[in-house]
Design a protein around this ligand. Structure first.
Ligand code: GLY
Ligand code: MN
Ligand code: MN
Length: 431
């Protein structure tokens, strides 16, 4: 087994917290992700839908979870449907979960073979008025491709038109924002693997390397240390490539004198880490690069202190926008006078700093969240200010993952080199 599985108590707890928030007389249905086709006989690699994972710990395709917390027979209140152990499937694809294994992972005691789903569902729905469906309600995400939860929901809506339909997503967004101790330990492990990989790169990066070669090095260290791989497509961006925020082509040569922006995070046990560092390709920052880097680092350090109970994403963003505006003035990018004359607030800043400073992190790198939620102990968020001065070929972002606690913010990446002197010294030491 590649990673240490969380205990089934975590998933039992998650289902209970979710079920407690359903209206009386309800069922909730959750599906695994599809395995998406590419072309001919190829498929993308399976990646579990994060909500069904959160509720069951089951990392297998075609799994279905149905919760009916008020069912008159208590043994029917949680039911899991899994693929059968067809010997032909085992020959081609390897082991699938047995009923006993699925039970020991999830803590669900009633587990059926998938081919019983339609008939059992009909029996379950007879006893309820409301059906909760799990549509993807992540804000600002749109796709032409319908996911399995939506497709199956529409089928059920057609078959059972006299039931009422409800939304699981708002409940799950609230629950998933606050991590348990066990989840935090897994995220820490993902951060540790990211650290190993970054330290390796400090020794490996040299002028004339290709960006994709750096990507290969970082992925190697991730996988070698038990990570599934990257939690998202890594950004390996030399010079002005770093000014394209989602640059993932990673196909250019790194030049002597350039900066290299690395936005990289290992995924471990289904949980993401997310780190950005900016290093000089030749191991030494120029005076101007150092000036810009330290300006961002100063904002980063101040912003990290703001991940305190009761603060909000909006509060942190406003605070950082003001700091970044001052930093831009000090760096000579615009003047106080220019600010007074700008058409709208932060218009000038947007040329050099155009993204937000934080997002929740967890089973997804941009984890599900409520934008207006106040910070609570157990939330894990990134802190990631940056500056992008395309005309100077400079793109800098510094990003760590921060845990909110009752005693203040805890930087889960505090051990990862970040100071100019530390980075230069490690890049110039041979091990
Ligand atoms: N790696 C994506 C982000 O920093 O949000
Ligand atoms: Mn991030
Ligand atoms: Mn990132």
């Amino acid at each position: 087994m590649k990673y240490h599985h969380p205990s089934k108590e975590l998933f039992i707890r998650n289902r209970k917290l979710f079920s407690d928030q359903l209206k009386p007389s309800s069922a909730a249905i959750f599906h695994s992700s599809d395995i998406y086709p590419i072309h001919a006989d190829r498929f993308h690699k399976f990646q579990q839908q994060s909500d069904i994972y959160y509720l069951t710990g089951i990392d297998q395709e075609e799994t279905i979870l149905v919760l009916t917390p008020d069912h008159p027979d208590p043994s029917f209140r949680e039911i899991l449907f899994i693929r059968s152990l067809d010997p032909q499937v085992v020959i081609w694809e390897g082991e699938k979960l047995s009923i006993e294994k699925a039970e020991s992972i999830s803590g669900v005691s009633k587990i059926y073979n998938l081919n019983n789903y339609e008939i059992v569902l009909k029996e379950l729905l007879y006893y309820v008025t409301n059906i909760y469906f799990n549509f993807n309600e992540y804000a600002k995400f749109f796709s032409d491709i319908e996911d399995r939860n939506s497709r199956k929901a529409r089928e059920v809506m057609n078959k059972y038109p006299t039931h009422s339909f409800e939304r699981s997503a708002p409940i799950l967004h609230q629950l998933r924002m606050v991590k348990t101790r066990e989840e935090i330990e897994i995220i820490k492990k993902a951060c540790e693997i990211t650290e190993k990989s970054f330290r390796h790169l400090l020794n490996a990066v040299k002028p004339e390397m290709m960006e994709y070669q750096v990507e290969a090095e970082l992925e190697y260290v991730f996988k070698y240390n038990g990570a599934t791989g990257s939690a998202y497509e890594p950004i390996v961006a030399g010079g002005e490539n770093a000014c394209s925020l989602h640059y993932i082509k990673n196909d250019k040569e790194l030049k002597d004198g350039q900066l290299l922006l690395l936005d990289m995070g290992a995924e471990y046990g289904n949980y993401a880490s997310d780190m950005s560092r900016t290093i000089p390709v030749n191991g030494r920052f120029t005076k101007r690069q150092k000036e810009c880097y330290n300006a961002v680092l100063d904002v980063f350090k101040k912003a990290c202190q703001k991940f305190t109970i009761g603060n909000t994403l909006k509060g942190i963003n406003e605070y950082v926008n003001d700091l970044m505006q001052e930093a831009c003035i000090k760096l000579g990018l615009f003047s106080e006078e220019d600010l007074k004359n700008q058409e709208e607030d932060y218009k000038l800043l947007q040329k050099y700093y155009m993204h937000k400073v934080s997002h929740h992190i967890g089973l997804n790198v941009h984890d599900v969240f409520d934008p207006n939620a106040k910070f609570e102990a157990g939330m894990v968020l990134t802190c990631e200010p940056g500056i992008y001065i395309k005309e100077e070929g400079i793109g800098i972002r510094i990003e760590n993952d921060i845990l909110v606690t009752l005693d203040g913010p805890v930087d889960l990446m505090a051990n990862i080199p970040i100071e100019v002197e530390e980075i230069e010294s490690l890049m110039n030491s041979s091990i």
